[in-house]
Design a binder for this molecule. Structure first.
Ligand code: BDR
Ligand code: CA
Length: 307
């Protein structure tokens, strides 16, 4: 499979998604965007993972705030680092995040990657779509080189960050709107699809006992991620971003249905809501409507156990 580009706001599930993708496909570049945490923290997280896991693909700095409106993060759920952990041990060495200072701007690299394409490229988007909207505005000539843009975002049903909206959509609805306006066809893994792929305590225990070089660190991370659900009285946590990664590397595990996708940019109560019409005669993207949850879970957990 040809290499892919990843755009991410580098929380725990983003890291799981990158680990899963990297196991199956070359990663040609990764751009960072504010989302789960402000860009400076997202950047430290990416540098930390690069050091811990030996990521040697280019990492580029993206945009620090949404197209319009104030920065919205998920830190009230995830904590300041956006990497909640089990236990006291730090995930990264004290100086592991030093490499963050050397990350250059994303737009020249992403543009060059698309320009060099002799066949359509695949992009995996795991956060707010701000960087990709900037690409659409700055280099509209390159949009037809994007073959598949797979995004974890939106909600056909209820939201998570607000009752109406999923976090990545809520954090930058105008970015979604820009891409839709420019005719970029999204493949969406929405909340409803991702909520079918769950991890629980047994998975954390199994990961801690695995023999991968970083299994203990991964169990710390998966445990902290699971605690988001446990502390709210739920026994299992949805694997959001890895489901989108799985859709790129193993499309045979998914059914995508054409739909007309729109986003609410103005509603006072519904800002960020994605409105999905499966009956429209004018579909502009695809939404995952069925998936093989056990197979996706297994691929993700096995990647974490072997990293
Ligand atoms: C999405 O929001 C972020 O917090 C996660 O990383 C995921 O991309 C889920 O709504
Ligand atoms: Ca994310």
């Amino acid at each position: 499979m040809a290499g892919i580009w990843i755009d991410t706001d580098m929380g725990s599930d983003d890291a799981f998604a990158v680990i899963l993708a990297a196991r199956h496909v070359p990663i040609d570049g990764m751009s960072l965007v504010a989302g789960n945490a402000p860009l400076a923290q997202v950047t430290r997280n990416a540098a930390g993972f690069a050091g811990l896991l030996g990521w040697d693909f280019p990492i580029l700095a993206g945009v620090a705030r949404p197209i319009l409106g104030p920065l919205e993060t998920a830190q009230r759920i995830l904590g300041d680092s956006a990497l909640p952990l089990r236990g006291e041990a730090p995930l990264f060495e004290a100086d592991a995040c030093a490499g963050a200072a050397s990350f250059g701007p994303f737009l020249p690299s992403l543009s060059a990657w698309l320009e060099a394409a002799d066949e359509p490229r695949s992009i995996l988007a795991l956060g707010p779509l701000t960087n990709l909207a900037i690409l659409a505005l700055a280099r509209p000539d390159l949009l037809d080189r994007i073959g598949r843009l797979v995004w974890m975002g939106g909600a056909v049903g209820r939201g998570n960050h607000t009752p109406s909206a999923e976090f990545n959509a809520f954090a930058d609805p105008e970015a979604v709107q820009i891409l839709l306006d420019r005719g970029v066809a999204l493949h969406i893994l929405d909340l409803d699809a991702c909520r079918r792929v769950l991890i629980d305590e047994a998975d954390v225990t199994a990961l801690a006992a695995a023999e991968g070089r970083n299994s203990v660190a991964m169990a710390q991370l998966l445990g902290g991620y699971l605690d988001i659900a446990l502390t709210r009285g739920r026994p299992a946590m949805a694997l959001y971003d890895p489901v989108a990664a799985a859709a790129l590397i193993a499309p045979e595990l998914f059914t995508f249905t054409p739909a007309r996708i729109q986003v609410e940019c103005s509603g006072a109560l519904t800002r960020g809501r994605t409105v999905t019409d499966f009956t429209s005669p004018r579909p502009n993207g695809w939404v995952a409507t069925d998936l093989d949850a056990p197979a996706i879970r297994e691929r993700c957990l096995s990647a974490l156990a072997q990293v």
